[in-house]
Design a protein around this ligand. Structure first.
Ligand SMILES: Nc1ncnc2c1ncn2[C@@H]1O[C@H](COP(=O)(O)OP(=O)(O)O)[C@@H](O)[C@H]1O
Ligand SMILES: [Mg+2]
Length: 335
């Protein structure tokens, strides 16, 4: 199957007084139809630049982007405009038209696309139902909460049935509960309409909650990419490890030696392994923290253990855990 979004060797640099800024360096990523693809990285990593390259709001300095097989670098301007209509976008600060009511905000892109007023209103009402805002039809954006504003923005974004929805920090201005509700809505839209969604965020928990795949950007380069469940279980690069551990509340304790992080999934029953290990070694260990994450509908747990000081026993325990098919990694993080 050809990818819905193919980012091919994309580099982007901006001229600046102090010389040029390399915002993106040789990035290649494939996203399939129906993916909820996360792009994560610290501030300045190049996330927004990359997402703007996906619809050619930003033209890559090198490389190209193919949307559903169409090379944005070589198609005509007319075709580029048409392709852009298939790519919708939502933002951190919603970007609603403040002088227009909710329903008129949603009708706006429909009117631009030439839909008759009556038809547009019918469609807008349908969209309001999808995002759960039927009762706010005639409200103005200023009368809405952040979560409600983002719902309007989502309704407006999907009004013309786009193939792709780009979300640039769409939940970064929202509290955790509202974030969850918006992420659930995005997931629902992805399922119901098969829209490919690209989620830009600096928060691993957003990725864990809805994305099936992820790309980690660091200083304009692609540090690591793959399935969320693989990267969460076994982060390979320093950048990935940092992000995965960011979700661990025990990070602050992880100083010193003999800390291990173990990851288990539904299949490996985990408590018996730990208690059997303590029994067979006759040595206590410290459980520093445990957490379960729902990754793509699957419960994946992680636990941070502090093993005994004696290296010999600690090493044997690590071997014991690996033998029980748990992903084990020694961690030594200084915060
Ligand atoms: N239009 C621009 N002109 C100059 N530099 C830019 C421009 N857009 C982004 N940059 C620079 O590119 C880098 C990546 O920015 P950005 O893509 O916004 O990162 P992120 O979204 O991950 O925070 C930063 O160093 C930023 O200052
Ligand atoms: Mg950004």
């Amino acid at each position: 199957m050809r990818p819905m979004i193919q980012i091919k060797n994309v580099s982007k640099s901006f001229p600046s007084k102090a010389g040029k800024v390399d915002a993106l360096q040789n990035i290649s990523i494939d996203m399939e139809q129906g993916d909820i693809f996360g792009i994560i990285g610290m501030s300045g990593a190049g996330k927004s630049t990359l997402v703007r390259c996906i619809n050619f709001l930003e033209r890559p300095t090198e490389g190209t982007v193919l949307i559903d097989g169409k090379d944005l670098q070589t198609i005509s301007n007319k075709e580029l405009r048409k392709t852009r209509q298939e790519i919708a976008m939502i933002f951190q600060h919603f970007n609603l038209l403040m002088q227009r009511t909710v329903i008129d905000n949603i009708c706006f892109p429909l009117e631009i696309a030439g839909v008759r007023k009556k038809k547009a209103r019918e469609r807008a009402k349908e969209l309001l139902k999808i995002v759960g805002l039927e009762h706010k039809e005639n409200a103005y954006p200023a009368q809405l909460s952040g979560g409600q504003k983002q719902r309007v923005a989502i309704a407006r974004a999907i009004a013309n049935n786009p193939k792709i929805l780009l979300c640039d920090e769409a939940t970064s201005a929202l509290d955790p509960e509202t974030t969850n509700a918006i992420l659930n809505l995005l997931k629902d839209i992805n399922k119901r309409f098969g829209i490919t969604i690209v989620v830009i965020t600096h928060e691993m928990k957003v990725i864990q909650k809805i994305c099936n795949k992820v790309a980690i950007l660091s200083g304009g380069t692609l540090a690591e990419t793959g399935l969320v469940k693989d990267i969460f279980t076994e982060p390979k690069t320093e950048e990935a490890k940092r992000l995965v551990y960011q979700g661990t509340e025990t990070t602050a304790y992880m100083r010193g030696k003999h800390f291990v992080r173990i990851v288990f999934n539904e299949q490996s029953s985990f408590e018996p392994v730990i208690s059997n290990m303590i029994l067979s070694f006759q040595t206590p260990i410290n459980i520093m923290g445990a957490d379960t994450h729902n990754i793509g509908g699957k419960a994946i747990g992680e636990m941070i253990l502090q093993l005994p000081e004696e290296k010999e026993i600690a090493d044997k325990m690590i071997a014991y855990l690996i033998n029980r098919k748990l992903a084990v990694e020694e961690v030594d993080i200084h915060v």
